[in-house]
Design a protein around this ligand. Sequence first.
Ligand SMILES: [Zn+2]
Ligand SMILES: [Zn+2]
Length: 256
Amino acid sequence: MLIDSHCHINSPELRQDSRSVITRAREAGVMKMILVGCDYEDSCEAAALAEDFSQFGLYASVGIHPHESSRYECIPEEFTKLVHDDRVVAVGEIGLDYHYDNSPRDIQRKLFDLQLDFAERVNMPVILHIREAMSEALEILSNYKGLSLLFHCYSGGLEYLDEVMNFKSMLAFGGALTWNGKGSEKLREVFKEIPADRILLETDSPYMSPTPFRGKINEPAYIKQVYDKAAELRNMKLDELASQIETNAKNFFHWE
Ligand SMILES: [Zn+2]
Ligand SMILES: [Zn+2]
């Protein structure tokens, strides 16, 4: 069984075609997918899709992405209702993105803090999006030591690895593992250092397509390329890696 721990089937690129995207994923052996919400409407759509396609192993997470933070003064009331939905398994993606700075940093921090409080209150794991803001994010997270954290698209390098491992954390890797170039070479080095029981894999589709689909619209079926590369890098059989990740995902998302 393959698991895509982070995808956006509820995105403009994929939503039109969601039924065939999900069918292709199943044909590729993807038995569980997490649809990640980026704002209120997007989170509602993720939860609804996960409900509609529950027999295909769809789950959802709900949250306000740092890019969208400036549109919110506080967390929408309705989030409390959404997280009680059977198919909603996490709060996210939330965090800080100082690469794009699409929302002012003080507002990103405020929404991040509010949503961490919220996750604590509703007792749910958190999917983190942190880009070029690692030290500040870790400082904020140190006030939330009880939370289970998934560092999606981990980009903290070896530099922050020890600190990240000190949290109740998982690290997720995607298409970038398969790319050429120095950045990906470094990422592969980091990937090899992480204990097997702390790894998840993701597509982040429609973005971040793995080789040989780079430049095309990514979709959950392509997680197979990420698994193949990951198994090769860790000298594991695909089956062995897949069953380790299945265990990790279950430990993190607590699904049946
Ligand atoms: Zn992200
Ligand atoms: Zn994402």
